[in-house]
Structure formats: structure tokens, C-alpha cells
Write a protein that binds this ligand. Structure first.
Ligand code: FAD
Length: 392
């Protein structure tokens, strides 16, 4: 919007880029065409929960408060809903890399991306077979990949010890070697071009009058606005509830561990399908990132230990020196689709949040869609499946 000539103010309760976006795995994950709300995930969840090293963990004490979300998740796993979700995600993913090229156009941002693709790995024949449906969907939706055999994987990644059954190489995918640096660079450009940033001040309420937003109530004062765009991740549902929008969002906690890169020479990210984590060669070391924890409160660092254990097994490097560890809460709606659009009944409030495992991937295309809505009232693509009123 700033590039379209508007005066824009960004308000963040914390420090810009320190939310969930700080520590992600850096992938523009073009192959994630299927929403995670689907029958095979629902059925597989029981097995995953029983495995302490598995990719999914549930804090059982939180089950009562999670139940409404889980019920909606089960409903969203209906085949018709999955098909609809896949169509819209595929549309967004096809446009994700071009949108990032457009947004991160200055060398400071563009240089933080690597363009040599990534590899999704299947350790067992069963997992490779289970991915066949997804492969077919990728082809149907025009998302290119190259199948790689076990020996092909060994040739591409000599650092990897166990024999992988098969892989899928995504030549058109890109990844960033510094997710936080990317946000900081975009932020610096925004401020350099005249944008205003209000950091460390929480928005308490969207102020409205007669079907329109007139500003924001901050913890220590008001801010007037002609338009409000809400992109507050996990903080969004509380702010839009008074405007009549229901967003049954949950926080899906993930962890990362940074380890010394030198001991595990990788030149592309590796996504381990069964273990549910990614190893990405970042500027500051090797990032092991992933896993899902539902109903979390205090961090359970055992989940980060699991990532280290995987790395020790996969790269045969038991003594990998850890640099830092981190957790972040993905903002996730039960159908695993973001919510993007205008709030019905208000002519100038637009929502864009709930990007679950794909917040980095879809950030730039989301910015384009929000820009369209603000400039012309309609997005360039049909995004009715992401509708703001779908849970209301
Ligand atoms: C381990 C892990 C690995 C991941 N890997 C990838 C990946 O490889 N690729 C990918 O695409 N995605 C990945 N993700 C997901 C991605 O990181 C998230 O989808 C994304 O960060 C969500 O961005 P966001 O801007 O919605 O939320 P956040 O980054 O959390 O930002 C929300 C902001 O809103 C502010 N805020 C909240 N409430 C208020 C309020 N009331 N007033 C003012 N400000 C407020 C917060 O301070 C925060 O700065 C990963 C996530 C995890 C945890």
C-alpha cells in the first residue's frame, strides 16, 4: 500500500519480526498444496501422538479447551472441503514465488533468498506411496517437481546417513537463509520510504463508527485511520470478535534448534516427511525446525531435543554443538486456510491472518491480495474459500 502511494503505519505489540516469523524454516514451501485438515492426517494423528519422537504432541490437560477446534478440524477434513482447500492453496502457491520476487526486489532482500530448490524425503516405501496422491495433485495444479531415487538422494546429499527410500525435488522453490533478516530488511525499506512504525504498543480495540473503522485504541492512546488491515497472527481473533467475525484460531507450537553448520554440509533444505521437520542451511548455521505441539503453555524443550536427536541419527553426528533454540506459535484455523478479506458490514476493515505452516510462503501473495482489496475493492484471484465469514 505504501508503494501505491498511501501513508501506512504499522503497529506491533512487540518488536517487528520477533513473532512466529522470527524462527521459521525459511521455505517458500510450494509443495504444501493440501491443507493439513484431511482424513489421512486425522487417522495418522493417533499413531503420531503415541510416538514420543513423532511430529505431533498434544498437551492432554488442554484437551477440553482444544475440543471445539478439533471438532472443526474433523469437519474440515471432509473430502469436499479438502478439494476446495487444495484448489485455493495451489492457486496461492503457484503465485507465491513470483509475488516474493516482486516484494523483495531490492538487493538487501533479494540476496537473502537462495534459488536452488529443496528436497522432500521419504524414509520408507509406505510414506513414498502415501505421497503419490500429493504428487498427482502437484502435477494437476502445475507445480513442478522431479522424483529422486534413494541413490539419487545419496548423490545429492552425501551428509545424509540412512538410506532414504525416495524423494521429490522442487526446482522452482526458493528459501531464505535468514527469515528475521528478511523482515528487518523489508522494515528498513518501509521506514526509509516514509512508513511509520509504532513498536511495543498493543492494539486493544478497533474503533468503529457507523459501519466503518475510524482508528485503533492502543494501550496508551488512540490512532486515527482511514483503513485498518489486521495481520496480528494469534492476536487477531480477539480484535475482530467485537466486529462479529469468528476466527477459531489455535496456536500450533513449533521449535527450532540452530546447530553448527560446518559439521553437516548441506546446500539445499531437506524436508523429512515422516519426522515432520526441515533442516535448512541458514546464514548463521544449520536450522532444524518443525514439529507441532497443540495446547501448549510453557515451552516443552523436550520437543527441541527431539529435533537434535533426529539430526544426530540422520547425519550421524551425535555431538552436534547447539547454538540456540527457539519456539514459535503458528496461527492456525481448523481448515488450515488463512482468512483474507473484508469484514462484512464494515467498509474499511480487511483481515489477513491464520497462515499456519505457510506464513512466510504466502506473505507476499497475501500482501498483493490485500493491496488489491484496498485499491479496487476486489482481489485479483477468486479467494472466496478464504472468506472472513466462513466460521461465523
Ligand atoms: C518451527 C516453525 C517452522 C516454520 N517454517 C515455515 C516455513 O519454512 N515456511 C513458511 O512459509 N512458514 C513457516 N512457518 C510458519 C510461519 O512462521 C508463520 O505462519 C508466520 O510466522 C505467521 O506470521 P504472522 O505475521 O501471521 O504472525 P507473527 O509472525 O506471530 O506476527 C504477528 C505479529 O502481531 C503482533 N500482534 C499480535 N497481537 C497484537 C495486538 N493486539 N496489537 C499489536 N500487535 C499485535 C505480534 O506482536 C507479532 O509481531 C513455520 C513456523 C514454525 C513455528
Amino acid at each position: 500500500m505504501q508503494r501505491a502511494g498511501r501513508q501506512v503505519t504499522v503497529v506491533d505489540a512487540g518488536e517487528i519480526g520477533r513473532g512466529c516469523s522470527f524462527g521459521n524454516a525459511g521455505l517458500i514451501a510450494v509443495d504444501h498444496v493440501q491443507p493439513l485438515a484431511r482424513p489421512d492426517v486425522l487417522l495418522g494423528a493417533f499413531g503420531m501422538l503415541a510416538n514420543p519422537l513423532g511430529p505431533l504432541h498434544l498437551r492432554w490437560a488442554s484437551l477440553p479447551s482444544l475440543l471445539p477446534w478439533l471438532v472443526r478440524f474433523a469437519l474440515a477434513s471432509r473430502p469436499s472441503a479438502v478439494r476446495k482447500g487444495t484448489d485455493i492453496l495451489a492457486l496461492l502457491l503457484r503465485n507465491a514465488v513470483p509475488a516474493w520476487r516482486q516484494l523483495a526486489s531490492e538487493p538487501g532482500e533479494a540476496n537473502l533468498f537462495q534459488r536452488q530448490g529443496y528436497l522432500t524425503l521419504f524414509e520408507t516405501a509406505q510414506a513414498a506411496r502415501a505421497a503419490e496422491d500429493e504428487n498427482r495433485l502437484l502435477l494437476e495444479h502445475g507445480i513442478r517437481f522431479e522424483p529422486v531415487s534413494g541413490s539419487g538422494i545419496r548423490a545429492m546429499c552425501p551428509a545424509l546417513k540412512p538410506q532414504m527410500h525416495a524423494g521429490r525435488f522442487h526446482p522452482d522453490a526458493i528459501y531464505t537463509t535468514d527469515p528475521f533478516g528478511l523482515v528487518q530488511n523489508l522494515y528498513r525499506r518501509f521506514v526509509g520510504d516514509g512508513g511509520i512504525v509504532v513498536e511495543g504498543r498493543r492494539v486493544l480495540r478497533i474503533l468503529t463508527e457507523a459501519g466503518a473503522a475510524v482508528g485503533l485504541q492502543l494501550q496508551d492512546g488512540e490512532l486515527k485511520a482511514d483503513n485498518v488491515v489486521l495481520t496480528a497472527g494469534n492476536g487477531s481473533p480477539d480484535l475482530i470478535r467485537p466486529l462479529g467475525v469468528k476466527a477459531p484460531l489455535t496456536s500450533e507450537r513449533g521449535y527450532h534448534v540452530m546447530v553448527e553448520a560446518g559439521k553437516v554440509p548441506l546446500n539445499i533444505p531437506l524436508l523429512f516427511a515422516e519426522r515432520g521437520f526441515v533442516a535448512t542451511p541458514m546464514a548463521s548455521g544449520l536450522r532444524l525446525a518443525g514439529t507441532v505441539e497443540l495446547g501448549a503453555h510453557a515451552p516443552d524443550w523436550k520437543r527441541a531435543d527431539v529435533l537434535r536427536r533426529h539430526a544426530a541419527e540422520l547425519f550421524d553426528r551425535p555431538g552436534l554443538a547447539e547454538q540456540t533454540r527457539w519456539f514459535g506459535d503458528r496461527p492456525t484455523l481448523p481448515d488450515y486456510l488463512p482468512m483474507i478479506g473484508m469484514v462484512p458490514g464494515y467498509r474499511n476493515v480487511t483481515l489477513a491472518f491464520g497462515h499456519q505452516h505457510l506464513g512466510l510462503t504466502l506473505a507476499a501473495i497475501t500482501a498483493e491480495l490485500v493491496g488489491d482489496i484496498l485499491r479496487t475493492g476486489a482481489p485479483r484471484h477468486d479467494i472466496s474459500a478464504l472468506s472472513v465469514s466462513r466460521f461465523s
